[in-house]
Design a protein around this ligand. Structure first.
Ligand code: TRP
Length: 362
């Protein structure tokens, strides 16, 4: 069976370090293994509109931001197809047919939809499009016959829903769709990178994100104001690692070679952690190290982004070309779906012949 990867992001803002360790970094690594027959990376503008219907300009402006972040991280249009969801109308058609296979109560039980309804104060007035976005996400995934979907943990319920739709479709209409596998980050810190304030959710409105395009001075400011262990007051005090954002970020970003480069008096992260727990290691020292690590990680990304920013029309050209290719692939799947559902009247010569014979006998 072919190995096909599909994933994507809503264009509602620049991407941040949570996106990076949660999925982006992995995508680039997977892309560069050369193991995949095809890779599709989608800017999910139609999905972003399900809860931003009154703010299309925001979605429009952020397409390029996300595309630049993708390219800056190393997604390579020669190896991965970068495309815009709304430019592949086949996805809407697939969603429409999948809607027959999902109940209202099943959607109401989707934990992601549930928590997002709360977050957006949608309790009393959920737009139908928003309510059904898990179905459209199943269309995104199945249209490309994706076998692997690298996403954050929050997307797990979406993948479950997709698998259910695949099973239902295949059992009702015959084997047509491919079941995808979710690929989660293998490290706990990457699974749920907190905001710089220690809060679970990173969000623009809380001002607790570090963006991939963040300037060095701002990275530094954010690192030095990070939440640590509030009971670790004097350097001599023993410190706690649980809920300590600085250490969570080190778990997500630190590479062994950074010790030799920036903090040679420690062998590795375990040794640094042990000292912190024992007492005698100040927060400032750990923050200075984390700042060095983040600067080293983000500098090449920021620089590449600036290069791509110099030629915006070329970036749109990449998205246009990618959208065209994505549409061809989705159209093929849609054709198979319609044939399985017996709505392929004009291409089914047997149907026309049999009916001609039937009416001739009358
Ligand atoms: N729901 C994803 C997000 O919030 C974006 C997305 C849309 C997606 N369709 C997808 C991710 C299909 C993976 C596969 O960022």
């Amino acid at each position: 069976m072919k190995k096909i990867m599909l994933t994507g992001d809503r264009p509602t803002g620049r991407l941040h370090v949570g996106h990076y360790v949660g999925s982006l970094r992995r995508r680039v690594e997977l892309q560069n293994t050369g193991d995949f027959d095809d890779i599709f990376i989608m800017i999910a503008d139609a999905q972003a509109l399900t809860d931003n219907a009154d703010n299309p300009e925001k979605v429009r402006q952020n397409i390029i931001e996300v595309a630049l972040d993708y390219l800056a991280c190393g997604l390579d249009p020669e190896k991965s197809t970068l495309f815009i969801q709304s430019q592949v109308p086949e996805l809407c058609e697939l969603s429409f047919y999948y809607m027959n296979l999902v109940t209202v109560s099943r959607l109401q039980r989707n934990p992601t939809v549930k928590s997002e309804i709360q977050m957006r104060n949608f309790e009393a007035s959920i737009p139908v499009g928003f309510f059904t976005y898990p179905i459209s996400q199943a269309a995104d995934i199945t249209a490309f016959k994706a076998t692997v979907v690298p996403v954050g943990e929050d997307q797990m319920p979406m993948l479950e829903q997709t698998k259910e739709i695949v099973h239902k479709f295949n059992s009702v209409y015959g084997e047509t769709l491919v079941e995808p596998k979710i690929l989660l980050p293998d490290n706990e810190a990457c699974l749920r990178l907190p905001g710089t304030d220690g809060k679970a959710k990173m969000s623009k409105s809380l001002g607790n994100c570090i963006y991939l395009s963040e300037e060095p001075e701002d990275i530094k400011k954010k690192v030095f104001s990070m939440f640590t262990d509030p009971t670790h007051i004097r350097v001599e005090d023993p410190g706690r690692l649980e809920g300590n954002t600085v250490f969570t970020y080190l778990d997500a970003f630190c590479r062994p070679e950074y010790f030799a480069e920036f903090l040679p008096e420690y062998k590795d992260l375990d040794e640094l952690k042990a000292h912190y727990k024992r007492g005698g290691l100040g927060d400032m020292k750990v923050k200075r190290f984390l700042n060095n690590v983040l600067q080293a990680e983000l500098e090449p990304i920021r620089n590449r982004r600036k290069e791509f920013q110099k030629d915006i029309p070329a970036v749109y050209e990449i998205l246009k070309k990618g959208s065209k290719k994505a549409e061809q692939v989705a159209a093929q799947t849609l054709k198979e779906v319609k044939a399985a559902m017996k709505i392929d009247y004009f291409s089914d010569e047997a149907l026309i012949r049999e009916q001609a014979e039937k009416f001739a006998e009358e």
